[in-house]
Design a protein around this ligand. Structure first.
Ligand code: UDP
Length: 406
């Protein structure tokens, strides 16, 4: 079990001292996080590391998951896509399904912690309980809602504006709201199984176990099979680059409990990959952290050709491993990548293919991008910075009117 002191060699002693001081101010508060899946996707990834560390720091913290059936997740996936600005068709019964699940969970969940921290739209309606409990409620939006479908956003906003505060990943993601907003970027845990240092022998063993050949440079995208991650665009870009360079494309994905579209997108990806012997599609269970760590480290170039994105933790993970990343210039990706300095930003299949060819042909340039990317992550996107900002946010709930410098 990792301890907070284990982070000292990476971030230095002052950072940890400050975390202890801030947590000390919250030692009598209990915190509850609620999201919609225990495994799969970026939110679960962060909570799985954040919750034990908050407890170790003395802030009693619990994590619970809202429960819904397939019909609920079909609606929340449509809401997710609509918030990202993708046109969706909603029927009145979709909203009924959403509201019924909120009511059912309200009956079953205990939400009486001092601070209830709700993540994303799926459990947003639980805020109804605030009025009887009079505790503090935070809504954390991990989605880019800068250009949402207006009807869906209006529906959600009636819930959001009942919270004490909202949290967005970046100014560009947020919306005008009647409640205060805090801007806090996500993070990765440098010591988790997914990101810890890994000796080459261990990487080799894992790749051999997964039957991934390493005779050609590996170009990898790790993503849920989701249209907004554009796996079909990745295949097209790779096949264009393949005319000039030798490489293997690895599309690594899994499913998340709250993502019902995955199987269909996977079938489309398999069809598009056809019989190309240099494209490997690898389905991994959502707990395959060591495997993803090894795959990212074994890759020569990492792709994340998203058409829309929240923050894009897969990019943070790859940059931390010093890898050159080519990614779509959407959502939180430009916060992580400065074009041609800490990675490559692209806007099209052609652009992705061009840069893929360049990076495979110029490994020294790729290495430099990776080094700059790793340093940018060290300064900005590690879990310790995220913890500090959450602790300050919790404190700000009890200091009305004070300026809290996040
Ligand atoms: N991930 C994983 N297995 C997969 C696909 C993704 O463990 O098959 C992880 C990935 O390493 C990252 C997270 O899920 O930690 C995805 O977060 P991101 O912000 O990139 O995208 P999201 O899925 O939240 O849209």
């Amino acid at each position: 079990m990792l301890k907070i002191n284990d982070y000292e060699p990476i971030v230095g002693p002052q950072v940890l001292e400050e975390l202890r001081l801030l947590a000390g101010q919250l030692s009598k508060k209990r915190v509850l996080h609620v999201n919609s899946t225990a495994v799969g996707g970026g939110v679960a990834e962060i909570l799985s590391r954040m919750v034990p560390l908050l407890n170790e720091l003395g802030v009693e913290t619990r994590w619970d998951v809202i429960k819904g059936g397939e019909d609920f997740y079909a609606v929340t996936k449509k809401i997710h896509n609509a918030l990202h600005g993708h046109k969706q068709t909603f029927e009145a019964k979709d909203y009924d399904v959403f509201l019924e699940v909120q009511e059912k969970n309200l009956k079953e969940m205990s939400l009486d912690e001092d601070i209830v921290f709700i993540h994303d739209p799926q459990p947003v309606g639980l805020v109804k309980r605030k009025h009887s409990l009079q505790n503090k409620w935070l809504w954390r939006c991990h989605v880019d809602v800068s250009t949402p479908d207006t009807n869906v956003w209006h529906f959600l906003r009636t819930f959001v504006e009942q919270y004490d505060k909202s949290v967005f990943s970046a100014p560009i993601f947020s919306q005008v709201l009647s409640i205060p907003q805090a801007l806090i970027c996500p993070s990765i845990d440098p010591l988790s199984e997914k990101n810890r240092e890994m000796p080459q022998e261990e990487i080799d063993v894992i790749l051999a176990r997964l039957s991934i050949p390493t005779d050609k440079p590996l170009v990898t995208q790790v993503s849920r099979f989701d249209r907004l991650k554009d796996p079909l665009g990745v295949i097209k870009a790779f096949e264009q680059a393949q005319k000039y360079v030798e490489a293997r494309l690895l599309l690594v994905g899994g499913t998340a409990d709250d993502d019902p579209e995955g199987a269909q997108v996977l079938a489309e990806v398999k069809e598009a990959a056809g019989k190309n012997p240099d494209i490997i599609i690898l389905l991994l269970p959502p707990t395959s952290h060591i495997e993803i760590n090894a795959i990212q480290r074994a890759s020569t170039v990492i792709l994340q050709k998203s058409l829309r994105e929240g923050f894009g933790l897969t990019i943070t993970e790859a940059l931390w491993k010093g890898k050159p990343v080519i990614a779509g210039a959407v959502g939180g990706i430009p916060l992580q990548i400065t074009h041609k300095y800490s990675g490559i930003l692209t806007h099209s299949i052609e652009g992705t293919s061009y840069w893929l060819k360049q990076l495979l042909q110029e490994p020294a340039f790729g290495k430099k991008l990776g080094e700059n990317g790793r340093e940018h992550v060290r300064q900005n996107f590690l879990l310790t910075r995220h913890l500090r900002e959450y602790l300050l946010l919790f404190l700000s709930l009890y200091h009305k009117g004070d300026v809290v410098n996040l």
